[in-house]
Design a protein around this ligand. Structure first.
Ligand code: HEC
Length: 103
């Protein structure tokens, strides 16, 4: 994204609320980071927010249940955004998302 686009996004953010913008970038972070390994034909099976309930996602990462070390490719901010996305679209959320990464 170039600087102009970013500043327009920033201005929109101030004028309205950032939630839509933030939601879109959380989705991107999920697709980008988790989707790099989790997609059909890649090293791990597709995953989607609606695979688990919100609290289960939070605990899964808080307790370090994911195999391997994700810190190398996903920083703390990105991880927080991804967990937010997973929670907002978990199985028990108002807007479950089951197929953002196709099976
Ligand atoms: C470096 C590659 C890689 C990245 C990045 C990655 N994973 Fe994984 N993940 C794996 C592998 C490999 C496994 C174990 C094999 C499997 O279960 O398919 C796994 C397992 C899982 C499992 C357990 C699968 C199950 O059925 O119980 C979940 C849930 C999961 N990952 C979610 C995520 C999420 C969410 C992200 C993004 C924050 C992510 N992973 C990022 C490679 C990755």
């Amino acid at each position: 994204m170039n600087k102009k686009v970013l500043s327009i996004a920033g201005a929109l953010c101030l004028a309205f609320t950032c939630s839509t913008l933030a939601a879109a970038s959380n989705l991107d972070a999920f697709l980008d980071k988790c989707g790099a390994c989790h997609k059909s034909g890649a090293e791990a099976a597709p995953v989607n927010p609606a695979d688990k309930a919100g609290v289960v996602w939070v605990k899964y990462f808080k307790r370090g249940r994911h195999p391997g070390d994700l810190n190398a490719t996903i920083n703390a901010d990105e991880m927080a955004n991804i967990v937010e996305f997973l929670k907002n679209h978990a199985a028990d959320s108002d807007h479950p998302v089951a197929a953002v990464i196709p099976k």
